[in-house]
Design a protein around this ligand. Structure first.
Ligand code: HEC
Length: 150
């Protein structure tokens, strides 16, 4: 009975409830290092993206990049280029590609792939099929990077 009610509910409000499927990390399509299509179909949230960018267990981007928009964090690494005004250098699609798997843009880079199940499979069984960031976190970080302009 409960199930039937639920099913009826889903049918009624179906189109608004159905979340777009995430693109699986092994199915991401790169073109010249960029990823043209959203990974989730849901617009990125720049505020959540900023948090994931800082979080040491998620993006941990400050380990390698300085970013003067985040002065409250004391340690910024300098392994990669500063990300100030990065949205003026790369399009949203290119940023999505770089964050998903930077090797598709910079073949020899040490920047980790954040959304690439294939590479994760090769490292540890425990992480097989897992990605450092979720598809939505990639979209959120891309939305945040787009706010870094003059
Ligand atoms: C282990 C170090 C490392 C980490 C962690 C890292 N990056 Fe990078 N990143 C690099 C390096 C090195 C480059 C330069 C590309 C190359 O190797 O030629 C780079 C390049 C970039 C670029 C292109 C910048 C430009 O101006 O050309 C962007 C954008 C970027 N990273 C975003 C991020 C984001 C967002 C995160 C966190 C989700 C992140 N990076 C985490 C090392 C890192």
């Amino acid at each position: 009975m409960k199930n039937q009610l639920l099913a009826a509910l889903v049918v009624c409000v179906g189109p608004t409830l159905v979340a777009a499927e995430d693109v699986a990390s092994s199915d991401v399509i790169f073109s010249d290092g960029a990823v043209l299509a959203s990974l989730t179909g849901v617009a990125g949230d720049a505020v959540a993206g900023r948090a994931a960018f800082i979080n040491r267990k998620q993006g941990n981007c400050l380990a390698c990049h300085t970013n003067s928009e985040i002065p409250e964090q004391s340690f910024h690494g300098e392994v990669g280029p500063p990300l100030d005004f990065v949205s003026e250098r790369w399009t949203a699609e290119e940023l999505r590609g770089i964050v998903s798997n930077a090797k598709m843009m910079f073949p020899d880079t040490i920047m980790p792939a954040f959304y690439n199940g294939v590479e994760a499979d090769r490292t540890l069984k425990k992480f097989a099929g897992k990605t450092v960031l979720s598809a939505q976190q990639v979209e959120d970080i891309v939305a945040y990077l787009q706010t870094l302009s003059e």
